[in-house]
Design a protein around this ligand. Structure first.
Ligand code: ZN
Length: 296
């Protein structure tokens, strides 16, 4: 029996990477379906490979985790990629991607791309972003540019031996970056349209791209709206590591840090210990979740 990683499912076949750059095109044993075991890209599987006949997936190992969007199993970390310019840096979106990654229990790397396009004002904002995510949240923060090559080696190091989801909106430079790091992947990248200044690319299914020794990169199929599914208003503050340490000292144990009096989080914002833009993003998502909960 061989062990491998399901990297792609297409046309009724399952493609399993068994190491040393070798991928087998497999069928799945019918009993897996009968047992209610669906196969998801990222699954660790056992494959029988008779000398005659095609290889067959016989068993699926228990998953460490499972992401719904994109549907992928056994992920170690997320690189949240945003551009600092063209399109302009979107801190609301970045905060949102991070909340979703925190809720999924994944390690987070913040990558600020197209750094070569940054003007002085943008560079100031980048310092601000670093002070929050690097100093308060203890995330790795990278700055990258395909043009100058800045940060590319650091990204390669971060990918080593891990299964990484590369998440980011269209125009962040995701496909260009993957093509730079994994030239063999050859993603279809459409040229940036001058009008919208948004990069367009078309990846239709989720695929794990092998990287180095035991590493995999997941290219997400375009950017889907991160709708905070499965996160409650009571949980939200857990996913703001820069805000949460102050929540313990709030007067009310079930404080939302919104209208309540004697809220230590609000005090920390006033005192400059929590960045006000981060608190704004928190309130914005809190209101959205409150509305959602009212609908039920
Ligand atoms: Zn509070």
């Amino acid at each position: 029996m061989l062990e491998g990683r399901l990297v792609k499912a297409k046309g009724g076949f399952y493609f399993v990477n068994i190491g040393n750059g070798e991928t087998l095109r497999c069928r799945a044993r019918g009993k897996l379906k009968d047992e209610g075991q669906d196969l998801v890209v990222g699954d660790r599987v056992e494959v029988s490979h008779p000398s005659q006949g095609e290889p067959v997936i016989e068993a699926v190992c228990a998953r460490e985790n499972y992401l719904k969007r994109p549907p992928v199993a056994n992920v170690d970390q997320v690189i949240t990629l945003i551009s600092v310019s063209e399109p302009p840096m979107d801190l609301a979106l970045l905060s949102r991607m991070i909340v979703c990654a925190e809720a999924a229990g994944l390690d987070i790397v913040v990558c600020l791309n197209k750094i070569d396009l940054a003007d002085q004002k943008t560079l100031d904002t980048i310092e601000e972003v670093k002070s929050v995510f690097q100093d308060c949240c203890f995330y790795t923060v990278l700055q990258s540019s395909i043009l100058s090559g800045q940060g590319i080696n650091q990204i390669r190091q971060v990918l080593d031996g891990k299964t990484t989801v590369l998440a980011g909106p269209s125009g962040a430079g995701k496909s260009t970056l993957i093509n730079q790091i994994l030239p063999e992947a050859q993603l279809r990248v459409a040229p940036v349209s001058k009008k919208s200044k948004k990069g367009r690319h078309t990846t239709r299914f989720v695929e794990l791209l092998p990287w180095g020794e035991g590493g995999f990169v997941v290219d997400t199929p375009g950017f889907q709206r991160l709708n905070l599914d499965g996160i409650s208003t009571r949980q939200l503050h857990f996913f703001f590591p820069d805000l949460f340490p102050y929540a313990d000292e709030c007067r009310f144990e079930d404080c939302y840090h919104d209208p309540e009096p004697n809220c230590n989080v609000k005090d920390a914002v006033s005192a400059g210990c929590i960045a006000s833009w981060r608190y704004e993003k928190y309130l914005h998502m809190l209101n959205e979740l409150k509305q959602k909960e009212r609908q039920y």
